[in-house]
Design a protein around this ligand. Sequence first.
Ligand code: 13P
Length: 253
Amino acid sequence: MNAKRRPIIAGNWKMNMTATQARDLASKLIPLVSGVKDRDIVLAPTFTSLQTVAEAIKGTNVALAAQNLFWEDKGAFTGEISAEMLLDSGCKYVIIGHSERRQYFGETDETVNKKVRQALNKGLLPIVCVGELLSEREAGKANNVIDRQITGALKGVTAAEMQKIVIAYEPVWAIGTGKTASPDQANEIHAFIRQKVKAMYTAEVADWLRIQYGGSVTPDNVSQLMAKPDIDGALVGGASLKPESFAALVTFK
Ligand code: 13P
């Protein structure tokens, strides 16, 4: 963490919970985190739970994110969801380019970029995910992959727009595996991302950029990760599905 950057902790609920279960989780979580003033808290339920969770968190210190969006404004795109629909459902943020979307749904650096630009154009704050596969890390190519993903995702994004973006570094081998990147391993890539953004924009833009770590973050390892200078928050899957464990994560010391 760096005192200049406000930490941001987000729960990515992935394809879990009905709207009823989501409402229950959100309403149990709110009293546990209501005293937190010095960091941003974000919940990303499925599309079908957005409105319900929006109602549950209304007037609280918890913000809403979607897990995806489509890059066109509207029209004949069966099964897709637009930025306007997300805004209307109460979303402030949108997760873009999660590795599960890249792996299972054919998302590429190009489509990630289209989504990032659409989100920015419409007033949603993108949480842009990057991360290497285990095979890429083992081949010594982690930095190359991250470099390519960052360059691709941010194509055409201005320095002013960069203030609205959060990057999430999620090594694919650490997601849902219980195998967290060590704080040093994570910080090394975070520092690399910050350097890259500095080269693409300015030192100031890089300095303000918030970079979350994601991949088997738990209440037990969050503090060591957050102690690192370039780690500014967490994007949490499994451990965000229980109010107590997500609250413990959000209130890390
Ligand atoms: P886990 O916390 O379950 O490893 O998931 C991380 C993730 O993919 C968050 O987007």
